[in-house]
Design a protein around this ligand. Structure first.
Ligand SMILES: [Zn+2]
Length: 82
């Protein structure tokens, strides 16, 4: 079993929050959050942002909203200090 690195966590965060990861991937994701405070905080922040949109059923999100949001958050994450 290979540990995730921070980039992989960032890549998988939407799948994780969508429940789209399989059990093994999900386990590794959670394991990383347990040992990486930065990613833990990032996922929390992501979850809250998604939650604000989450009032809408996914079908009612305009095309591209999810990917646009994801890009914006990934960008913010990569530019974070430290
Ligand atoms: Zn990390």
């Amino acid at each position: 079993m290979t540990d995730l690195d921070c980039d992989e966590v960032v890549e998988q965060v939407t799948a994780y929050l969508d429940g789209a990861l399989d059990a093994d991937a999900r386990h590794r994701f959670v394991e990383h959050l347990a040992v990486c405070e930065g990613c833990d905080r990032y996922v929390e922040q992501f979850r809250r942002t998604i939650g604000a949109l989450g009032e809408l059923p996914p079908d009612e999100l305009p095309d591209g909203t999810r990917s646009a949001l994801r890009s914006a958050l990934l960008d913010a994450f990569r530019r974070r200090p430290g």
